[in-house]
Design a protein around this ligand. Structure first.
Ligand SMILES: Cc1cc2nc3c(=O)[nH]c(=O)nc-3n(C[C@H](O)[C@H](O)[C@H](O)COP(=O)(O)OP(=O)(O)OC[C@H]3O[C@@H](n4cnc5c(N)ncnc54)[C@H](O)[C@@H]3O)c2cc1C
Length: 385
């Protein structure tokens, strides 16, 4: 299906909403390191952030491909969904593995915007990509799980009411597999900040509201354990295909933005009495970036369709994340080069989007780890770590 036909009504709705938040809005957020609160509120009010929550719990019950289109269009408009995208994949963990009580208690409030589930605490400073070696512990005292440890790169924690947290409940060495002994908690952080939870912002090369978290005897009621104790790693993994597909969609949106920006500038900018786009040295890289974007987009649609059909999208989701992040980065490079010196001026947004687009080859999973997945799980090559 042609991407422009796909979910036309959603694309139009998002384009209309994003038109209210133009270049100046994103520049001000970026330069002031401000969270795009009005934008997130508008998306919530229109129900877009509840699109994947089933109707039974107050959402619109749409499929993942619809969520992907929402994020793609935000990025295609020049905006950035990093301020709120996590809600779309973190709530999947509650939906698939949470108890009915948890779903009834939290999902309708997340759908209405009364509660924000934007924070996802997995990465730690010493474990990095090796999630199973994380050190944050959760010990049950008969009433609560008591959390001690530290997370890094927990984005949006200052703008969230709830945190989906992965912590070790059984020490390494006492489990059969390294990936066992980890548990997922849905933590209501509102009353904990400044007491047992300290949040420290991390300044980054783009505006991403990311933080470090420090837990000192942080109590989490036992009813906030998601699913079965010690099986949390499996639950987090089950959400990763959705996360990769949604992030790939943001990359495709970015790639489309860069290509369109470069195309228009190449037609309009005249040097040596001719539009720069008349030079094949300028137009070919744009044409190449477009071709790579379209190929990556096909993989994205395949991954989203497999997910929606309930089939295993592991290979396609990983390939989509890899190819789309590479396509967006190639388009970013081409756009920057097409703009010449003006690419560096803040007013054109190219430098901002360029900084933002670079993230996706590192987070939420870095390119090497995707390649490693493909080598081991698709090509049956020996495991390297
Ligand atoms: C802005 C930002 C926001 C983020 N938001 C969140 C969030 O909300 N929640 C969260 O939990 N995490 C978040 N992350 C963390 C992100 O998921 C990690 O940065 C990412 O998974 C990579 O981990 P790392 O930075 O520890 O790199 P490392 O694991 O230290 O790896 C460093 C480099 O070595 C390579 N490498 C490591 N091991 C191997 C290997 N065996 N083979 C080949 N190459 C290898 C990696 O590919 C990478 O290039 C965020 C990160 C950033 C930068």
């Amino acid at each position: 299906m042609n991407s422009s036909e796909d979910h036309r009504d959603i694309r139009d709705g998002i384009a209309k909403l994003c038109a209210e938040f133009g270049s100046k809005y994103w520049q001000e957020c970026d330069q002031g390191s401000n969270y795009p609160k009005d934008f997130v509120n508008a998306l919530t009010k229109e129900g877009f952030l509840a699109s994947l929550i089933p109707e039974k719990y107050g959402g619109s019950g749409l499929r993942l491909s619809a969520g992907a289109v929402i994020l793609e269009e935000i990025h295609k408009s020049g905006g950035n969904a990093g301020a709120c995208h996590a809600q779309m994949y973190t709530m999947g963990t509650i939906l698939r593995h949470g108890s009915e009580e948890q779903k009834l208690k939290y999902l309708p409030k997340i759908a209405s915007g009364e509660l924000r589930l934007q924070a996802f605490g997995v990465t730690e400073p010493s474990s990095g990509s090796d999630t199973s070696s994380l050190k944050t512990t959760a010990k049950f005292d008969g009433k609560n799980f008591i959390i001690n440890g530290q997370k890094v790169w927990t984005s949006r924690a200052e703008h969230s009411d709830l945190l989906l947290l992965l912590a070790r409940t059984t020490p390494l060495g006492k489990t059969k597999k390294r990936t066992e002994g980890l548990s997922v908690f849905l933590v209501d952080i509102r009353g904990l900040i400044g007491k047992s939870l300290t949040i420290k912002p991390i300044k980054t090369m783009m505006n991403h509201a990311t933080t470090e978290l420090f837990f000192k005897d942080m109590p989490v009621p036992k009813e906030n354990l998601v699913g079965t104790i010690d099986l949390g790693f499996k639950y987090i993994l089950s959400g990763m295909n959705a996360e990769r597909i949604l992030i790939a969609a943001e990359c495709i949106g970015d790639a489309k933005w860069f290509i369109e920006k470069a195309r228009l500038y190449a037609k309009e900018r005249e040097v040596f009495n001719r539009p720069i786009g008349k030079n094949q040295g300028v137009q070919f890289p744009i044409a190449k970036a477009y071709s790579k974007m379209r190929a990556a987009e096909l993989m994205l649609r395949e991954a989203a369709n497999l997910f929606d059909q309930g089939k295993n999208p592991g290979e396609a989701a990983n390939l989509a994340k890899l190819l789309c992040s590479e396509a967006s980065w190639e388009a970013a490079e081409v756009c920057m080069q097409t703009f010449g010196g003006f690419g560096f001026a803040q007013e054109y947004d190219v430098e901002r989007k360029y900084r933002e687009a670079r993230l996706y080859q590192v987070a939420p999973i870095s390119t090497n780890l995707i390649l490693s997945y493909i080598a081991e799980h698709v090509l049956d090559l020996p495991r390297s770590y």
